[in-house]
Design a binder for this molecule. Structure first.
Ligand code: SF4
Length: 783
């Protein structure tokens, strides 16, 4: 038989047809199709074998490089461990040497235990769990038949998966607009899923959603929050819109025009179309074919698949004329159904989809007016980047910061603060920009928008901006921790006042509470009681603030130091002066970017064990946090290393370098735990600079120091090259990401040819092997 043009790549195997919960929104039992009643409770061994054989036959015939199989139900764990093991073994056996298999199971989680996890780990089966949000949201539908809540058992299952991150595929949440969208998002995000799938409740024009027109706004609230959070996990519906916008494929059948490639195999071996069709009418998903009698190419010719494989031609006239049809694709096929016109309709969620897609497109094109020079991206990708490239990154950051401030302002509780900010922006926008450029203003804004902080810092920001602009004004400012914090300027201790009235002038301000007035002249050379200004250190082109007072600086993984005494300040000043000399003199390729972009250093508390620590925070562009090391060369290395993270974070704010839907974890040769792709990319970019640092040092230092530098160089160039290969092989880089990684690879590739002593090479190899062995020993789940 001639192969069908579009092969199936996704297979849903119904290994059990019953469920131990009785969720009232379930399309399998509660909607029009009731075929489950006549099906075997579990898939028989014969059907398992036939299914595996048919899938393998199809993959071989179409030379598919990879297929996706989801073990589904009912509740698939009811099939039992032995049967699930047989399903996996049959599939992996039949498909061995044919193609790669992405094997998953979608469960309600209530039966999940360590034994199931061990089975899934042995066979590489990833687990997705259905959870509709917090307890209130989940209990709304996901209950046992006797009304008991399933919430605690589901959370226990998710916690189990969090202890086995290699198995944790993500969470599936059915939308109910009666739930608060942000609470739902927060409840799911708190469980750190690599992926969330928000599913619109299945509905048709005959059986419309109980609340119409509210689902788009519900999802938009989550989208906005997800964007503000920096997209901490993949969200299938949003990522699909963003991917289609970039001319890439959708991640879901519910969006886009790409042909459907999914088929269902029921417990009795019958082939069915997409499962959700059970909502349309009794028998809607049926094909009349089964694994015993029909190959998958025959199934693919069933007319039910035809509509979903013919692009715009398979859509209604209204959809074909729609401005977002490329992204929407008419929504999920099932949701178009109406008695009489069948599927020749727009989605019953048409208005919601139009709103959501338009909103997402508008939100991401907020940055479209920034034309970032290609040459600057190329220079950054090599691991370096001149000052101009950093200034271009800063321009994008400025837009981002202003957008965040606008969102805080939209819900701010101090209209007076907003009035003053608006006034400063009219009279001296550069003064407002200077305050917003303090790295921890963005940290606060994001916390504010994500519920981690309130907006009481906003008046202090307005005062700092007015001060910089030299505007005479007056504002009441909350001081919840007995201090007035002016970002980038300093801290004034005011005592337990609760609120102070701050008057600003040209170069001075005064804070008044309870009849007591404290005046601060910013240019004063003598100490002002209670006033702790940030200290600026300037060495040549480098001008940084040593900030030991900002209340939002404590966002790094290490504790931040309190106010430095004069002796500590002196030590920092000498260290930084000498480190800057090292950078300018020995590592000049990094100096222009640091001079242009490093604005703030946060002193950290040194560790008792003497281990050197440093950090960069994703939201704090321009800042690095460091515990003062014992020597200037180490500080130079730490500044260069951490500023790589700052640069790449800003690039990632602007460009998608990898597929955010990728949930795989990867070996990073400098960590004991597997890393998501962004973590590996960040570490690799930083270690390109680390390898380069030691490459240079081995030629500058002498004797033992030179040999140590040679070992470090051999070690880090090898590890970085290994990480670059992992990135390249991941298959998860975007086109831009591939170019970025290729440029890094070229930099490191040149260094691999540079000679080092046999002793250094052998020591580097020994360290790498020791790390790999430790990693393998400590992680039985990792291949
Ligand atoms: S938004 Fe509505 S009209 Fe446009 S493609 Fe989607 S379902 Fe069709």
């Amino acid at each position: 038989m001639k192969p069908f043009a579009t092969p199936f790549r996704q297979f849903v195997l119904k290994v059990a047809s019953r469920c131990d919960l009785a969720c009232d929104h379930c399309y399998v039992y509660e909607h029009a199709d009731q075929s489950w009643r006549g099906r075997p409770v579990v898939m028989s061994d014969e059907t398992i074998a036939w299914s595996a054989s048919r899938i393998a036959e199809h993959a071989r015939r179409h030379e598919l490089p990879e297929i996706h199989v989801v073990l589904h139900g009912g509740e698939p764990l009811l099939a039992g461990r032995d049967r699930l093991a047989r399903v996996a073994d049959e599939l992996l056996g039949a498909l061995g040497g044919v193609c790669a298999v992405d094997l998953r199971i979608h469960t309600n989680g209530v039966l999940l235990d360590e034994k199931f996890c061990a089975l899934f780990a042995e066979r590489g089966i990833k687990v997705g769990i259905s959870l509709d949000g917090d307890r209130v949201a989940n209990d709304r539908h996901r209950r046992y038949a006797d009304g008991r809540s399933s919430y605690d058992k589901v959370i226990r299952a998710v916690e189990l998966l969090r202890r086995h991150p290699e198995l944790y595929a993500g969470l599936l949440c059915t939308v109910d607009v009666a739930n608060d969208p942000v609470l739902v998002y927060e409840a799911l995000a708190d469980l750190e899923p690599p992926h969330i799938d928000f599913l619109l409740p299945h509905a048709t024009w005959d059986r419309p959603p109980s609340v119409e027109g509210a689902h788009g706004d519900w999802l938009i609230k989550i989208f906005d929050r997800w964007m503000t959070d920096g997209r901490p996990m993949s969200v299938r519906i949003f990522d699909s819109v963003l991917r289609i916008r970039d001319n890439r494929s959708s991640l879901t059948e519910s969006l886009g025009l790409q042909p459907s490639d999914l088929v269902v195999i029921e417990t009795d071996g019958s082939y069915e179309q997409v499962d959700s069709l059970k909502t349309a009418y009794d028998g809607a998903p049926a094909t009349g074919m089964s694994v015993r009698d029909h190959c998958l190419d025959e199934v693919a010719r069933h007319p039910g698949f035809g509509d979903r494989r013919s692009g715009p031609a398979g859509l209604s006239a209204q959809c074909r004329a729609c401005p977002v049809v490329e992204t929407c694709g008419g929504g999920l096929y099932t949701h178009r159904y109406r008695t009489g016109s069948a599927f020749d309709n727009p989605s019953v969620y048409c208005a919601d989809l139009l709103r959501l897609i338009t909103h997402v497109n508008e939100a991401v094109s907020g940055f479209a007016h920034h034309t970032f020079p290609v040459a600057d991206i190329a220079a950054l990708a090599t691991g370096y980047g001149e000052g101009d490239a950093i200034l271009a990154l800063e321009a994008v950051q400025r837009s981002l910061r202003r957008a965040l401030l606008g969102r805080v302002g939209a819900v701010a509780t101090s209209p007076e603060a907003w009035r003053l900010l608006t006034l400063v922006d009219q009279e001296s926008p550069e003064a407002l920009n200077a305050v917003l450029a303090h790295p921890y203003v963005r940290v606060w804004a994001v916390l504010c928008l994500t519920g981690g902080a309130d907006d009481t810092h906003l008046p202090a920001i307005a005062v700092a901006a007015a001060l910089r602009a030299g505007i005479k004004d007056s504002l009441r400012v909350p001081v919840p921790d007995d201090a007035l914090h002016l970002p980038g300027l300093g801290r004034l201790d005011v005592g337990p006042a609760g609120t102070v009235t701050v008057t600003t002038g040209d170069g001075w301000f005064a804070a008044e509470a309870g009849g007591r007035v404290q005046r601060v002249d910013l240019g004063a050379t003598e100490p002002v009681p209670g006033w702790s200004p940030v200290r600026r250190l300037v060495f040549g082109d480098l001008s940084v603030v040593l900030d030991d007072v900002d209340p939002y600086r404590d966002c790094h993984q290490w504790p931040v130091a309190d106010r430095l005494g004069e002796a500590e300040l002196e030590r920092w000043s000498e260290l930084l002066r000498d480190a800057w000399r090292v950078i300018v003199g020995d590592h000049p390729a990094y100096a222009p970017a640091l001079a242009a972009g490093l604005t703030t250093i946060i002193p950290l508390v040194p560790r008792d064990d003497g281990r050197q620590i440093s950090s960069a925070a994703r939201q704090a562009f321009g800042a690095v946090a460091v515990a003062a090391p014992s020597d200037a060369v180490t500080l130079a290395l730490l500044l260069i290393h951490e500023f790589q993270h700052v640069k790449l974070g800003a690039v990632l704010d602007m460009l998608d370098l990898y597929d955010v839907a990728d949930t795989s974890l990867y070996y990073a040769p400098w960590r004991d735990d597997p890393r998501p792709l962004e973590g590996l990319l960040q570490g690799t970019y930083a270690h390109v600079a680390v390898a380069d640092f030691w490459r240079v040092r081995r030629t500058l230092d002498e004797g033992v120091a030179a040999e140590k530098a040679a070992i470090q160089f051999a070690h880090w160039r090898g590890r970085t090259a290994q990480a670059l290969k992992t990135l390249n092989d991941s298959g998860a880089l975007t086109e831009t990401g591939r170019k970025f990684v290729n440029a890094m690879t070229e930099s490191v590739g040149r260094w691999l040819d540079e000679p080092v002593s046999a002793g250094a090479e052998s020591e580097a190899r020994r360290r790498a092997e020791a790390h790999r062995e430790t990693w393998n020993r400590s992680a039985p789940f990792r291949g």
